[in-house]
Design a protein around this ligand. Structure first.
Ligand SMILES: [Zn+2]
Ligand SMILES: [Zn+2]
Length: 423
């Protein structure tokens, strides 16, 4: 029983720390216990350790670790893909031979359909994508996808590395060494940036992995449970006797349910063996991770933003709370529905005007009506920078406290956002 308890505590702790490592940095967890634990575990403790190390060994340990960590986090390498797909392969190789003869036919048909999906979607997310990477060849097409909102993205900003104008919603990735269209984030899990061309494959990877893990946990349960029932029925008196006579703290709970739970858990491991019950337990504890991350991305889609933009909005929100953000109204823009615009020939009329190559016309149905500006002293802006003066009057600026007052031009409503993300 002590072994079981240790295994459970260990697996729960690893799952929790993995969760905090992956999600603790997200703006949604700022100023929550998850965010604090992330800060302590992954920022404070390492920096404390670095201080000790520089005092005692002149920083030798830290420099070795930081080189390793730097390589793992800041370089392109397939180690995480190998680890992930290796874990899936090893788990399947342990689990399937042990359970296959006991599975009903419909599961034997379903498994070959589900198991290859994480491999397929990892491949599709990881491979170089001509829509995701911004190149001189596709640059003019990329410039026409999204308008500059003048909140998160401004025209006439050049990427110094790629030497190209940055399209709205793009970001340069120093790991992939390219500008990425509709940048979501650089994902070390798939060793690639997730952007316009491969974001949907990443969502499919999360969904298929979550389903596969939950399914594996269910299969382990459905195979082991009937055998564990029989086993328990045969040995019931002995288990009751054993649990009544235990003196450690766990048995003092004395509760029948607890008795069943601990007894069953140990029987599961006895009856299922490490192959079925071990893999089943791993799947049971990890299936919420990919689905939790998928849930977060569905929230982002609902809000009409990428992970990159979510962080930018969170910065605005923090500055708004400090009272140093001002909202101005764009002079030139009114909300135009794409259909109406085509009908009224608005785009047709515009075509005659000379087009600004730094801000070409886009196919996006909305244009931004708002402009945001931060001031260092918290006073209303007095001299507007040129990039803002050309679209908004100084006297149109008002202090804004709430992010909800600012339009997100990239938000078309949940359904259209979803279609846009999956396209
Ligand atoms: Zn770039
Ligand atoms: Zn990248």
């Amino acid at each position: 029983m002590a072994l079981l308890r240790n295994v459970l505590i260990f697996t729960f702790s690893v799952s929790f720390v993995t969760f905090v490592a992956f999600f603790g940095r997200l703006p949604i967890f700022r100023k929550t216990p998850i965010g604090w634990i992330h800060l302590i575990l992954f920022v404070r403790i390492p920096s404390l350790f670095a201080k000790f190390d520089s005092y005692f060994t002149n920083g030798r340990i830290a420099s070795t670790f930081s080189r390793l960590g730097n390589y793992l986090i800041n370089e392109k390498h397939p180690l995480v893909i190998i680890f992930f797909l290796g874990l899936v392969s090893i788990s399947a190789a342990l689990f399937l031979p042990a359970t296959w003869p006991l599975l009903p036919l419909h599961h034997k048909l379903l498994i070959p359909l589900l198991l290859p999906l994480p491999y397929l979607f990892t491949y599709l997310s990881a491979k170089k994508n001509s829509k995701t990477y911004i190149t001189p060849a596709n640059h003019s097409e990329q410039m026409r996808l999204y308008p500059y909102d003048r909140v998160l993205f401004y025209p006439e900003v050049t990427c110094k590395t790629c030497n190209l104008l940055k399209p709205a919603r793009s970001k340069h990735c120093r790991i992939c060494k390219t500008c990425v269209a509709r940048m979501d984030h650089h994902c070390i899990w798939v060793n690639n940036c997730l952007g316009r061309g491969n974001y949907r494959w990443f969502l499919a990877l999360l969904l298929s992995t979550g389903i596969l893990l939950a399914y594996a946990a269910f299969l382990a349960y459905s195979v082991i449970h009937p055998r564990a029932e029989r086993y328990y029925a045969q040995h019931e008196r002995w288990y009751r006797y054993k649990n009544q006579n235990r003196l450690d703290g766990w048995a003092r709970w004395g509760d029948t349910k607890w008795h069943y739970l601990t007894t069953y858990a140990s029987i599961y491991i006895d009856v299922g063996g490490v192959r079925a019950s071990g893999v089943g337990l791993l799947a049971l504890l990890t299936w919420p991770l990919p689905l939790g991350l998928l849930g977060y991305h569905i929230y982002l889609i609902w809000a009409g933003m990428t992970t990159n933009e979510n962080a930018k909005w969170a910065d605005w929100r923090d500055d708004m709370a400090d009272g140093c953000v001002f909202l101005g109204h764009s002079k030139k823009v009114e909300r135009i529905q794409a259909g109406e615009a085509l009908e009224r020939g608005v785009y047709g009329k515009k075509e005659e005007e000379k087009e600004d190559p730094a801000e070409p016309r886009t196919s996006w149905p909305l244009e931004s009506r708002h402009v945001l500006i931060r001031t260092l002293n918290g006073q209303p802006p007095t001299r507007l920078p040129e990039r803002i003066r050309c679209v908004a009057d100084e006297d149109s600026f008002e202090r804004v406290w709430n992010i909800g007052a600012v339009e997100n031009v990239y938000d078309l409503g949940f359904w259209d956002n979803l279609m846009e993300a999956l396209r």
